[in-house]
Design a protein around this ligand. Structure first.
Ligand code: NAD
Ligand code: DAU
Length: 383
């Protein structure tokens, strides 16, 4: 099966008649995958609330709309709103009048959070607070019947749990211990969502997922950075000793889990999502280089470009997820091995080099190193 075409069985059935879906951050990497799935496999109308930041792009969604023909165009509405603008957000929520909200909008790159933590507090903490308030108002106004169906799904990260040693895995009962400005802002947003459930009775579900990879990921995260650097014959930056471990999940597997949790997850519950894809960064980088040696052979092995660089400040050593709860309660398992997902991702980036060039230029980002401590301190003093 083409990894981009993974199907969640009976998506329309899962949605149980929910036809108006508000997705925040739907112009980003994972939000875009959620929106594409909803457009392809349901009849729901999607209200995509996104501020259209450096990390946003609508090409993939436009492609799906084109595939599906004219009639589908009314099923996707971009509402260009910054969650930090409470009034604009409340108006967008009134316009969307949603049956389901999937909240993915966030500043998402750890290295950028080291350079400029303020944007992370604004978008991830204040933005989530504004969304909760707007949705509370919306929920209060719903008819009893729609109220019963309504849910807010908050999409979060395993980074809120901190850093693991050599053994053990994160689960729903792991205490929070965030250690970067990004993960602290996501932890704060998780706590706000949980508080709005306990205090105001808002029907919420939370998920905490491990590292995603796949097509359309903005080329600042490890896997696309390595592919683009290797193709350009530039040094491939490996932070520290390269032995930090991440638990990699193909983005379409994450979407499967999100749609199940959003519709079937227990209210007030959280679910950890991961597919037993632990690899050291060195293993990931070498695997990409080996694939490139086969796909675009060059005089010397691509691995000769791997260059150890200064470590990320506060670099979490290891992440790993125990997905027992989501697998036993909701029947989710990942369906892409890392090898299979990585191969198709590398091929996708090779084929879509012009997209990478376009989004990098628009973001005024050419792959330079972000988030080095000294630079971050300087920025903090100046802001
Ligand atoms: P991304 O950076 O690719 O996309 C985020 C989107 O959110 C962008 O389109 C951006 O414009 C939008 N956004 C940010 N701040 C906003 C604001 N104030 N108002 C409106 N829109 C705003 O991120 P992603 O990798 O797709 O991650 C999506 C979500 O999933 C995030 O909440 C992230 O914390 C979470 N997550 C990501 C991963 C991962 O590996 N990428 C893993 C687990 C969880
Ligand atoms: O665990 C989930 C999180 O995964 C998400 O919540 C974040 O939004 C997402 O960005 C990701 O965070 P990481 O910091 O783990 O991802 P990143 O791709 O930035 O880095 C992965 C690992 O690779 C990390 O240990 C740092 C290292 N790295 C990263 C880059 C960009 C390098 O060695 N070289 C690099 O150039």
């Amino acid at each position: 099966m083409d990894p981009q075409q993974t199907t969640t069985p009976e998506l329309s059935e899962l949605l149980e008649g929910r036809q108006r879906i508000l997705v925040t951050g739907g112009a980003g990497f994972i939000g875009g995958a959620v929106v594409r799935r909803l457009l392809r496999e349901s009849t729901a109308t999607v209200f995509n609330v996104d501020k259209m930041s450096y990390a946003s792009d609508l090409s993939s969604i436009e492609g799906v709309l084109k595939e599906a023909g004219q009639a589908s165009e009314d099923r996707h509405h971009l509402l260009k709103v910054d969650l930090t603008d409470a009034e604009a957000l409340a108006a967008a929520v009134r316009q969307a009048d949603p049956d389901l909200v999937m909240h993915l909008a966030a500043e998402s790159h750890v290295d950028r959070s080291i350079e400029g933590p303020g944007d992370f507090i604004a978008s991830n903490v204040t933005g989530t607070f504004h969304l909760l308030q707007a949705i509370r108002g919306h929920w209060d106004r719903l008819s009893d019947e729609r109220k019963k169906q309504f849910r807010l799904h908050h999409i979060s990260t395993d980074e809120v749990f901190g850093s693991l040693g050599d053994v053990g895995r994160f689960s729903e009962t792991t205490p929070y211990d965030p250690r970067s400005p990004y993960s602290a802002s996501k932890a704060a947003s998780d706590h706000l969502v949980s508080a709005w459930h306990h205090t105001y009775g808002l029907p919420v579900v939370l998920t905490n997922c491990s590292n995603n990879y796949g097509p359309w990921q903005f080329p600042e995260k490890l896997i696309p950075v390595v592919i683009l650097k290797a193709v350009a014959g530039e040094p491939i930056p490996l932070y520290g000793d390269g032995a930090n471990v991440r638990d990699w999940l193909y983005v379409e597997d994450h979407v499967d889990a999100l749609l199940l949790a959003a519709t079937k997850g227990g209210l007030g519950h959280s679910y950890c999502i991961g597919g037993y894809g632990e690899r050291t960064n060195k293993q990931v980088v070498e695997a990409i280089c080996h694939l490139l040696d086969k796909l675009i052979p060059s005089k010397s092995a691509h691995s000769s470009l791997i260059t150890p660089v200064t470590d990320r400040p506060g670099h979490d050593r290891r992440y790993a997820i125990d997905p027992t709860k989501i697998s036993e309660e909701l029947g989710w398992t990942s369906s892409h091995s890392f090898e299979k997902g990585l191969k198709s991702t590398v091929k996708w980036f090779l084929k879509n080099h012009s997209w990478c060039k376009k989004v990098r230029e628009r973001a005024n980002y050419q792959g330079s190193r972000l988030g080095i401590a000294g630079h971050g301190l300087l920025q903090a003093q100046n802001s």
